[in-house]
Design a protein around this ligand. Sequence first.
Ligand SMILES: O=C(O)CCC(=O)C(=O)O
Ligand SMILES: [Fe+2]
Length: 199
Amino acid sequence: MQHVAVGFLDEIAERGWSVIPDFIPAEVVTEMREELRNLWQEGEFRRAGVGRGASLQVRPEIRTDYVHWLEPNALTPLQQAYWDQIDTLRQTLNQEFFLSLRSFEAHFAVYPAGSFYKKHLDQFSQTRHRIISCILYLNPNWTPADGGQLRIYEADGLGHTDVTPYGGTLVCFRSADVFHEVLPAHRERFSLTGWLRTE
Ligand SMILES: O=C(O)CCC(=O)C(=O)O
Ligand SMILES: [Fe+2]
């Protein structure tokens, strides 16, 4: 079993979210960002939507990012290595919290300068398969002045915490009950966003 910091599991249990700085090393962040950039230049991204299946809609008043879904059967070696790391996390979460997380789905995301994603939950009301959201940031030299923070709301709805999207940082939270939003990014913002699922 991978050694995850005790604090990580406690935070997920108690407040619903946790941040792991340097989840992957800087060289790997750079290589992943190169893969993302190539796909972007090849026109392999689509405007992200809201909802699922037939009710999926592009809603620019809610989110203005672009996504490219990864194909689990055709991962690059770099993507596979990340998948393996997440799989260890999956097993740890299953053991610790008696969950039945079975799979992982993920997309690269690009937030062009000025983009945002308003306050939302990641679980769909009709289907409840997304249990833990995992976001890996791929930005070079990000600073708080670049905006694009992930704003995580407290369960009481009163307070919030802003997470700066430094390259290599992983944020995990419970998809069903942690409200969050992406504040407007002042620079192009890159990430790999995924969900541990029960199906
Ligand atoms: O990129 C982030 O920080 C969060 C993205 C997000 O909330 C989502 O894609 O559902
Ligand atoms: Fe989200």
